[in-house]
Design a protein around this ligand. Sequence first.
Ligand code: NAD
Length: 471
Amino acid sequence: MTTRQEPSFLDGVNLMFDRAAATLSIPHGLSEQIKLSNSVYQVRFPVRFQDEYTMFTGWRAVHSEHRLPVKGGIRFAPCVDQDEVEALAALMTYKCAIVNVPFGGSKGGLRINPREYNEEQLERITRRFARELISKGFISPSLNVPAPDMGTGAREMAWIADTYREQSPTDINALACVTGKPTTQGGISGRVEATGRGVQYALREFFRHPKDVALTGLKGTLEGKRAVVQGLGNVGYHAAKFLSEEDDCKIVAIVERDGAILSERGLVVEDVLAHVREHGGVAGFPNADYVENGLQVLEADCDILIPAALERQITRENAPRIRARLIAEAANGPVTFDADEILRANGKVMLPDVFLNAGGVVVSYFEWIKNISHIRFGRLGRRAEEVRGRNTIDLFEQMMNRPVPATMQEKLLHGADELDLVRSGLDDSMRLAYQEIREVLHTKNNIPDLRTAAFVVAVEKVLRTYSEMGA
Ligand code: NAD
């Protein structure tokens, strides 16, 4: 007997879409229009290093242009392919709709192991890839705006922005062609931490709803919850850091490329990061147990499992052994379609990627607005807020005839700066999005879980846009 293969990443996303679409009445034809990518561009280009040429292959998929620009990261990874890029582009469409960011979905990938190149070589490769995408309209402030993803960061985004500016010197909005730039190059405070911060805000909101927490069998707040985190990159590091430092979660294991470290006392995330930077992995981290087979540690006993590395980590093979009650999908696509069914059957609750890791695109949206409005958030209002705070303190002191305590004075005299506003906007976006998802879960028929509910929220919004446009 042959056993069916697990659906590919893209097929899995489409099956999740179908599950949600089956609960809605979508006009014939529109369902396919929403589900399938509008276009995919594949490019091969050579880069010369000394006397040799190396060929590279990259993709940019545009999933849905129901809103423009389309938005989505560019990843540099050795096994990127078209299926993966299309799957990630589709997730971007749904993600933007869920957090009410008015963008369509896109994603790019370059098949490369960035660790095999030095900075100068990476800059040449990135600029060449960017030129290819710009010349075909796949990077543009009004049409298609990339951002960082696996293997890329602020540095690559600055190179892409500069390449675009060189090719479009008269475009006054050139900086808005890409987000996730360094703050000195038109970036926004809080973008680097945004996805991990969004994971924290989303988990906080989940734990504000005892009815939802009860679905996991857990109780109370985030305090004292034992979490396992896979991937100590941008997303995993920030999520683990904020959850442990600000919400008193205990990070009992961190899984990296070279294995996993475990400590029931809780790992200090900053120390682990410093160790990884110095030694290239988690092995040898003091006062913790080391396990070479990192994947196995996803099955460890814990309250919250946070896969924050890459897709297809929980498959139908290991899903039956997952013990965490709550799986917080910080990465894109960490749970396959088959694994999702097994986990649900086992009573596990999943906070789906399309919602949970949307913090990055929310703050990217703020950065894009900053770039096209050419002004830093808080620049106009901050001092006025401080004057209002001063007046409030003076009035209170006059009327009560006693001084306002120093800590309260400090708070009242602090006008919101860009970082305060970004965090406030991100918190608001994640909270409202979760509330919309749980509303669907608890009020609509035939919605078995949060993932289906999130897809329903997304598909309804995209559908509404198409219907209103008369497409
Ligand atoms: P990153 O490259 O900064 O970090 C990835 C981390 O995972 C690295 O530390 C790497 O060493 C580790 N890793 C790689 N393979 C591993 C393995 N087999 N086992 C354990 N660890 C492994 O990438 P990132 O930006 O943090 O992205 C992580 C995930 O989050 C991806 O799925 C990405 O699509 C998703 N995501 C990222 C953002 C963002 O803003 N960066 C936004 C939304 C979603």
